[in-house]
Ligand binder design. Structure first.
Ligand code: SF4
Length: 339
């Protein structure tokens, strides 16, 4: 059900959604049952664009996020939202004019990579909440931005009627069997790859996030097959970048993962406490996993920029023989800064 807080009636996004769907007006979100199938359109004034939260112990790429939507219909075992969000329903900012103006201000003097996939999946709800129709035409008019929709869905119909200029769509990838077990309600691997093929042919830049890599008995076979499948189907010229990182999480999230109804493979892993306090695989194991995926991708694709999200400089040096440096230096390695 789609609920609209009184203060969000007649906002642009509310009007757009009301054209196609039934909505119910409520005084505020307290009246709404807290479940993932409920959407609440609100009129909240946050600072919508901010730098990705990071520690200075691990290498961070200076990515910026726009928090227009908070909550996700999917139910990944490792999802950080289980810890971060105080609600399960999907909250969306109806005052999209404010969101767009924050995006514009943040790229006034500086080129930025900005994405909407931090507190939600960027496209999972796009049939009902067509944010792409609002965001893409707006960013198309800006010079200093590469906007990223990050998803585990194949909801791409709206994008096929929009201008792909300065927009990229990226998919988080895991082997099909891990998706089935650990990422409930998301699109299958096949559907994600099909969507990526379609959008890359349409002209969108694409990206792929091997994040989180999850250790299993047959890790090399599963991830090797996935990479062969990906690289045989997508034209590498469309690939803007690829991230790789192993599973890590705050220890409080690990407790939540252990209590899930269907036991996750992650409950069987061997972990340590990293220097940032987060639960991670042992360093030697992380290097082995990241090296395997890096080398397998590079066997088929030479061009796409590969980076490691929130990994220590020693891991970069060990596998790629360089350290990308602090945020401002790191981001200059991305192709959009060199065009
Ligand atoms: S798709 Fe992302 S935001 Fe949604 S449940 Fe999975 S990890 Fe969380």
């Amino acid at each position: 059900m789609i609920y609209v807080e009184k203060s969000a009636e007649n906002l642009p996004l509310t009007n757009l959604i009301a054209k196609e769907h039934n909505i119910e007006v409520v005084d505020n979100s307290m009246e709404v049952e807290d479940k993932k199938s409920n959407v609440v359109i609100s009129n909240h004034n946050d600072n919508f664009v901010h730098r990705c939260p990071a520690t200075n112990i691990y290498r961070c790429c200076n990515y910026h996020v726009v928090d227009i939507m908070q909550g996700c219909p999917f139910d990944c075992a490792y999802c950080i939202l289980q810890l971060y969000l105080p609600h399960k329903y999907i909250k969306v900012a109806g005052n999209t004019d404010n969101v767009l103006s924050d995006i514009k201000s943040s790229v006034m003097n500086q080129k930025r990579r900005i994405g909407s996939g931090e507190l939600s999946d960027s496209l999972a709800m796009d049939k009902i909440i067509p944010l792409s129709k609002i965001i893409v035409p707006f960013v198309n008019k800006l010079d200093n931005i590469l906007f990223e929709f990050k998803t585990k869905s194949d909801v791409i119909d709206n994008l096929l009627n929009l201008n792909p200029k300065n927009v990229m769509v990226s998919w988080s990838l895991n082997p099909a069997s891990i998706i089935e077990k650990e990422e409930p309600y998301t699109a299958s691997l096949e559907r994600r790859l099909k969507a990526a093929e379609t959008l890359s042919k349409y002209g969108y830049k694409t990206g792929f996030h091997f994040d989180p890599l999850i250790m299993t008995d047959n890790f090399e076979k599963l991830y090797g097959d996935l990479i062969e499948n990906l690289t045989s189907r997508i034209n590498e010229e469309s690939v803007e970048y690829i991230s790789i990182s192993t599973f890590r999480c705050p220890s409080e999230l690990m407790n939540i993962i252990r209590q899930r109804k269907n036991p996750s493979i992650l409950t069987k892993g061997d972990f340590i406490k990293g220097i940032d306090g987060k639960t991670r695989y042992f360093k030697a194991e992380r290097i082995k996993m990241i090296r395997f995926v890096t080398e397998k991708i590079q066997k088929y694709w030479k061009k796409p920029f590969i980076y490691y999200c929130m990994e220590h400089s020693s891991i970069w040096e060990n596998i790629l023989n360089y350290d990308p440096g602090e945020r401002e230096e790191f981001e200059t390695y991305f192709p959009c800064y060199n065009k």
